[in-house]
Write a protein that binds this ligand. Structure first.
Ligand code: FAD
Length: 520
């Protein structure tokens, strides 16, 4: 007999992991070994636009987990399976081959396909008399726990956030650390039934998801919970300097400083600055579940010296916790309104908006060649690091959907393919916010001016100079709008494109199209 914990792409840790802890307790109680499985599903990855960076990060995290589990005599059995339709049958087939009494997993993927897959597994397991125990673990507060006074799902962040805080105050277990998992007896390694499970190796790459910049990604984003904790510690204890944008991005020797000067201490003032390393860069680790959101909040509470969640927005910790709240919010939205994960706008009235379709314009945006330096620096950073700041994500998303008037779904897909932190709920939420089609979105008539945004997000100009080398000698206002501040001749010498659209004309076009969806 055995107990099986099925790890998936968004709960890649064994510390503070509810399903893993429950599986371990069950194995101990029944005196049976614990097996961990991970099933690659390339068809699912392709269907969800998972990019090579996200897949490579998954494989690297599995490597670190294998080492950890090996020390506990727990096999990590990783295999690839297709077609995805038969994945539930494969899980049950494995369970039967190991005479498994129970299957444990975290319900961390709230997309419709994954929910259907889990329901099928549970029903097949029931037929075979296998006990199933699925846990809520991804979010601080699981979906469907919060509702408006009218009993409806929230579609506006601020009241939702107040309800979220109240819920956590009333249910302190939301933040409690799950017990550590226990080792299997060493004798399992000599047991013929299990020895081969220890020999399974984690592949270097999955066919179809080969990564060209694997070495750089490894330097930018080292895998494993220990690396995530190092990154968190750095956010809580060290200071940035302006222009700190080089690889490696994390743990680059910054000095410890007093609380108010740390990245977290200064988060409320500086989080929107792209020319410095002002946010935590925890998103790849959170998206893959390498560290729990609970742990981030517990550590923030220690930093703040409080024992109840404190979300006052003028203190760095409070503001940061509310950002972690956005992550819960968008997953709640995805669960309550599944049409958003099926390529539909949350606000159906905008389903007929007329989008532009010029492929060369889209290419210019993807490649950072629009002639708007802040947009181009961001798009090039996305390619170079697989990650960008929240503010600049908003700027380029707004630019694509309003200035270029191109479909938000194109941008959503491109982000998903490039990002190392690609997360369907957050990405979809961010895109629909920017396109004004989502829950609690930016109203369609409030369109970012890319030049003003550039001056705010990159006051030193270091961000643009770093990622757009054509502009590296420019100073002052010219860095934000070179075509306006340089002579024709000076501009020509840069080898940098002229603005692809006139912002003011484009703004009028966007407002017109949103006012009358369906018309040009
Ligand atoms: P911090 O500022 O340190 O915040 C801490 C954590 O809070 C983040 O790691 C993240 O998990 C969460 N968070 C912060 N801001 C948001 C937000 N606006 N929405 C949801 N969660 C948030 N985030 C992803 O994790 N994956 C994505 O694929 C993704 N795509 C986005 C696309 C667009 C167009 C936009 C506007 C935003 C997107 N975001 C996405 C949200 C946000 O930009 C990133 O989470 C954030 O920039 C990550 O950097 P950080 O870890 O330093 O964040």
């Amino acid at each position: 007999d055995t107990a099986v914990y099925w790890m998936r792409m968004e709960d890649m840790r064994v510390d503070d992991n509810r399903a893993a802890a429950a599986a371990s307790a069950f194995a101990l109680k029944h005196n049976i070994p614990l097996i961990v499985i991970f099933i690659f599903s390339p068809q699912d990855y392709a269907a969800h636009d998972r990019g090579p960076r996200r897949i490579d990060f998954t494989l690297r995290n599995l490597d670190t987990l294998k080492e950890k589990l090996d020390r506990l005599n727990i096999p990590l059995y990783a295999i690839s399976h297709s077609p995805r339709k038969t994945l539930p049958d494969k899980v049950i087939e494995l369970m039967e081959s190991w005479n498994a009494k129970a299957l444990f997993a975290n319900l961390e993927e709230y997309e419709i396909d994954e929910a259907r897959r889990d329901i099928k597994v549970i029903s097949l397991a029931k037929e075979k008399g296998i006990f199933c125990d699925f846990h809520e673990d991804k979010l601080v507060v699981p979906p469907f726990k919060l509702s408006t006074q009218q009993g409806k799902q929230f579609a506006v962040f601020s009241p939702w956030c107040r309800a979220w805080k109240q819920y956590i105050d009333k249910h302190p277990e939301c933040l409690v650390q799950a017990p550590a998992i226990q080792a299997n007896p060493a004798s399992i390694r000599d047991d013929k039934k299990y020895t081969s499970l220890f020999d399974v190796t984690i592949p270097q790459h999955l066919p179809g998801f080969e990564l060209e910049d694997a070495e750089k990604m490894e330097k930018c984003w080292p895998a494993g919970t220990d690396a995530a904790r190092d990154a968190l510690k750095r956010f809580l204890t060290t200071k940035y300097r302006v222009g700190q944008l080089d690889v490696p991005l994390l743990n680059n020797g910054a000095k410890t400083v007093s609380k108010n000067d740390t990245r977290l201490g200064r988060y409320s003032q500086d989080r929107d600055m792209a020319d410095r390393d002002s946010s935590s860069r925890m998103s790849p680790y959170l998206s893959a579940g390498v560290i729990s959101a609970r742990e981030l909040i517990r550590e923030t509470m220690k930093f703040q010296g409080v024992n109840k969640i404190n979300m006052e927005r003028d203190n760095g910790g409070g503001m940061w916790v509310s950002e972690i709240g956005w992550r819960d919010f968008y997953s709640h939205v995805l669960s309550a309104f599944p049409h958003v994960s099926m390529g539909r706008p949350f606000q159906e009235k905008y389903a007929d908006i007329k989008w532009e379709t010029d492929e060369s314009v889209f290419e210019a945006w993807k490649n950072g060649m629009t002639g708007y330096p802040i947009v181009d620096a961001t798009m090039r950073q996305l390619k170079a690091h697989g990650w960008v700041h929240n503010r600049t994500r908003m700027i380029v998303a707004m630019f694509l959907t309003k200035d270029l008037m191109m479909d938000w779904r194109l941008g959503e897909k491109w982000f998903m393919q490039q990002l190392i932190d690609g997360d369907l709920a957050n990405n979809n939420g961010g895109w629909q916010w920017s396109a004004s089609t989502g829950v609690d979105p930016q109203p369609y008539f409030r369109i970012f001016n890319p030049i003003l945004q550039s001056e705010k997000a990159d006051p030193s100009g270091d961000f643009i100079r770093h990622f757009v080398p054509e502009l590296k000698h420019l100073k002052g206002k010219a860095i934000h709008e070179p075509s306006k501040h340089l002579s024709e001749e000076q501009f020509k010498k840069l080898g940098y494109p002229k603005p692809i659209v006139d912002h003011h004309e484009a703004r009028d076009r966007a407002i017109r199209r949103f006012q009358n969806p369906g018309s040009l």
